[in-house]
Design a protein around this ligand. Structure first.
Ligand SMILES: Cc1cc2nc3c(=O)[nH]c(=O)nc-3n(C[C@H](O)[C@H](O)[C@H](O)COP(=O)(O)OP(=O)(O)OC[C@H]3O[C@@H](n4cnc5c(N)ncnc54)[C@H](O)[C@@H]3O)c2cc1C
Length: 580
C-alpha cells in the first residue's frame, strides 16, 4: 500500500525497513515481500513516479525526454558539487533521482553489465567469490527480460539473445528508432576493423569494441525502471507498505547485540519543521539511499570518522573512517562536430510541431523518435600499452579504459542546443578512472545537502585518458563512411590541436556520467578499512546493511544500473538466507 504521510501508518514495527525506494531499494523490497512471513516498510523521500514534472505526467516514461528530467526538477535531489579542481574550478549539477524508482526513473536507460574482469576484481578484492562474474551472471539474467524493439525490427546480429534473461522484471531492448548515423557507425567497424571491431553483444562479459546499445526500454517504447518492474507489481501485497514524501533523518541504535550497536530504528520527517516519527525493524534496516545520501545518513547516525563527526556536532557511535570516502565517478564529455545529417536531434527539437507530433506518435503507437534516448551504439576501448597509466586502473585486459557514445545530434549536459547548425556528438568517458572524491556532512541537519566532491579529473592520469579518447573519436571519424556526413569539429574542439590544448578543453567542458559509487565501500570481513562486509552488513554494527551503488569497491567500467539491479538481487538472496 502507498502512503503519503507517516501518520497514516497503522504499525510502527516491521520485519524489514528499506531506506530509499530507488533502483536497489525496490529490488530488495519486492524480493523480501515475496515471502508472506516477512513484512516490509519502504521509506522514500521523493514523490511518486506518477507525479511528474508537469500535468501530462509522461516525461519519465518517454525515453527521448529523459534529458529533461534532470537537473533541477521535482524528480531529483538538486545537488551541486564543490568547485572541481580538475574541472578548472567549475561546480557542476549532481542530480540523483528523488522519486519512486530513484535514479532508475530519471536515468538514460543504457543497460551494460561491464566486463568479467570488473566483477572478478570485486570477488578477488572482497574475498567473496559470490561477487565474481560467474556467480553474478544468474542475478544479471534474473533482473532482465529481453523484449522486441519498439519498431519490431529484426535484431539478428545486434545482440546474442542466449546471453540474456527472458523473464525478469526489467524489460531491455535494442533501440527502437534508427538514426542516419547508425549505418556510418557500423560501416566504421568494417572499414577500420582493427581499431574498432564490431561486438555483437557487449554484455557477454567482453565489452570491448563497437556494438548496439541495450536499454531498459520496453516494447512499447516506455522506460522500464525499478518502480515499473519491481515495486509497482508488489505494491498490492498486504505485507508491503511504501511511504513516500518522507525522509529518513537518522538511524538509531536502541540496544547492543553481540556487543555491537544494533541499529533497529529509523527516525523520519516530511520537512525540517514537521513532526518526527520513529519506526523499528525486528530483523534488519537496509539502507538503499544511493551513493550520496547513504553515506550522509550513516554519518548523521554517528557512523563514520569520529573527529569529522564531532566537527559538525554529531556524536560518534561507530568509528568507520571510510564512510563517504572513495567516491568514484566517470568523467563525461560531449564533443560536437558539424554534420549534414538530415534528421539530427536538434532539427526535431527546434520544431515545436515535430516535438508534439513525436509525443503523440509515442502515446498512440509506442513508436517514433521518442522511444529512443538517442544512443544506438556504444564503443568500449583500451589504451595501447605504452599509453596505459601505471598501475593499470582497469580491472583487467577485457575491461575498457574509455567509452565513446555517438549521437546523431547536439549532445551536452552543460550547453544548450545552439539555435542553428546541425551536429553529431561523440561523447567520451573515462570508465576506469583513478581520481577519488568524497561525500561529507555540511552540518548535522539532515535537510542540509552534504558536501559532494567527486574529484572529477583530479588525477592527471584521467585527463590523459580523456585526451586519448578524444583523439580516438577523431580517428573513428576518419573512416571513409563519414565523408560528407561529418563536416568539421565545432569551435572549441577545433581550437584544441595540441595535447596541452586538448587537456585544457577537457578540463573546461567535462562533467559527469552520473555514476557515483564507493562511498560505503565493500571490503573483506577481516579488513579494518571500508564500510560494509561482503554480505553487505555495515561493519561493527548489528542489524544494518547497505544495498546500493555506494558499496561497489571499484567503479564498474560500464553504465551502472544493470550492476546495481544484480547486486540488489543477490543482496535479497543473502538477506533471505539469513532469515528463512
Ligand atoms: C541523470 C542520470 C542518468 C543516468 N544514466 C544511466 C544510464 O543510462 N545507464 C545506467 O546504467 N546508469 C545510469 N545512471 C546511473 C544509475 O541510474 C545509478 O547508478 C543507479 O540508479 C543507482 O541506484 P541506487 O539504488 O544506488 O540509488 P538511487 O536509484 O538513486 O536510489 C536512492 C533512493 O533513495 C532515496 N533517498 C535518498 N535519501 C533518502 C532518505 N534520507 N530517506 C528516504 N529516501 C531517501 C532517493 O530519493 C532515491 O529514490 C544515471 C544516473 C543519473 C542520475
Amino acid at each position: 500500500t502507498l502512503y503519503t504521510d507517516p501518520a497514516q501508518l497503522s504499525q510502527t514495527e516491521y520485519d524489514f525497513i528499506v531506506v530509499g525506494a530507488g533502483t536497489a531499494g525496490n529490488v530488495v523490497a519486492a524480493r523480501l515481500s515475496e515471502e508472506a512471513s516477512f513484512n516490509v516498510l519502504v521509506v522514500e523521500a521523493g514523490i511518486s513516479n506518477e507525479d511528474d514534472v508537469d500535468e501530462d505526467n509522461v516525461e519519465d516514461e518517454v525515453p527521448l525526454l529523459s534529458l529533461s528530467l534532470s537537473p533541477n526538477t521535482s524528480l531529483t535531489w538538486n545537488f551541486t558539487t564543490t568547485p572541481q579542481v580538475g574541472l578548472n574550478g567549475r561546480a557542476i549539477p549532481y542530480p540523483r533521482g528523488r522519486v519512486l524508482g530513484g535514479s532508475s526513473t530519471i536515468n538514460f536507460m543504457i543497460w551494460t553489465r561491464a566486463s568479467e574482469d570488473d566483477w572478478d576484481r570485486f570477488a578477488e578484492f572482497t574475498g567473496d567469490q559470490g561477487w565474481s562474474w560467474d556467480a553474478m551472471l544468474p542475478y544479471m539474467k534474473k533482473s532482465e527480460q529481453l523484449v522486441p524493439s519498439a519498431d519490431r525490427h529484426n535484431t539478428a546480429g545486434e545482440i546474442v539473445p542466449e546471453l540474456h534473461g527472458m523473464h525478469g522484471p526489467i524489460n531491455i531492448s535494442i533501440g527502437g528508432f534508427s538514426f542516419e548515423s547508425d549505418a556510418h557507425v557500423i560501416n566504421t567497424t568494417k572499414e577500420l576493423p582493427d581499431e574498432f571491431p564490431f561486438n555483437q553483444d557487449m554484455n557477454s562479459g567482453f565489452p570491448l569494441g563497437v556494438g548496439w546499445t541495450q536499454s531498459s526500454i520496453d516494447s512499447q517504447g516506455h522506460r522500464s525502471s525499478s518502480v515499473t518492474g519491481y515495486l509497482g507489481p508488489a505494491m498490492n501485497r498486504s505485507n508491503l507498505d511504501v511511504l513516500i514524501l518522507t525522509q529518513v533523518t537518522k538511524l538509531i541504535s536502541t540496544q547492543t547485540v553481540n556487543g555491537l550497536p544494533h541499529f533497529d530504528t529509523i527516525e523520519v520527517a516530511q520537512s525540517p519543521t514537521s513532526k518526527h516519527y520513529t519506526f523499528s525493524a525486528r530483523k534488519e534496516v537496509i539502507v538503499s539511499a544511493g551513493s550520496v545520501s547513504t553515506p550522509q545518513l550513516l554519518l548523521l547516525s554517528g557512523i563514520g570518522n569520529a573527529a569529522l563527526l564531532r566537527s559538525v556536532d554529531v556524536e560518534p557511535i561507530v568509528e568507520l573512517n571510510d564512510v563517504g570516502r572513495n567516491l568514484t565517478d566517470h568523467p563525461f564529455l560531449g564533443n560536437q562536430w558539424f554534420s549534414t545529417s538530415t534528421d539530427s536531434l536538434e532539427s526535431v527539437l527546434r520544431n515545436e510541431t515535430l516535438v508534439l507530433e513525436g509525443l503523440e506518435q509515442w502515446e498512440t503507437t509506442g513508436t517514433g523518435r521518442d522511444v529512443s534516448q538517442g544512443l544506438n551504439q556504444l564503443i568500449w576501448l583500451r589504451l595501447p600499452p605504452d599509453q596505459t597509466p601505471s598501475p593499470d586502473p582497469a580491472a583487467g585486459p577485457f575491461a575498457p579504459h574509455f567509452e565513446i557514445l555517438p549521437a546523431d545530434g547536439f549532445g551536452s549536459f552543460d550547453l544548450p542546443i545552439p539555435p542553428t547548425g546541425i551536429f553529431m556528438t561523440l561523447f567520451t568517458a573515462v570508465v576506469s578512472p583513478v581520481s577519488r572524491g568524497s561525500v561529507t556532512l555540511a552540518s548535522s541537519n539532515p535537510f542540509d545537502f552534504p558536501i559532494i566532491d567527486p574529484g572529477l579529473l583530479s588525477d592527471q592520469a584521467d585527463v590523459d585518458v580523456m585526451v586519448q579518447a578524444i583523439k580516438t573519436a577523431f580517428q573513428f571519424l576518419q573512416a571513409p563512411t563519414w565523408d560528407g556526413f561529418i563536416v568539421a569539429p565545432t569551435t572549441d574542439l577545433a581550437a584544441a590541436t595540441t595535447d596541452e590544448e586538448l587537456a585544457e578543453y577537457v578540463r573546461n567542458f567535462t562533467s559527469t556520467e552520473f555514476h557515483p559509487v564507493g562511498t560505503a565501500r565493500m571490503t573483506p570481513t577481516s579488513s579494518k578499512t571500508g564500510v560494509v562486509n561482503p554480505d553487505l552488513h555495515v561493519k561493527n554494527t548489528s542489524g544494518l546493511r547497505v544495498v546500493d551503488a555506494s558499496v561497489f569497491p571499484f567503479i564498474l567500467a560500464g553504465h551502472l544500473q544493470a550492476g546495481v539491479y544484480a547486486l540488489a538481487e543477490r543482496a535479497a538472496d543473502l538477506i533471505k538466507a539469513e532469515w528463512l
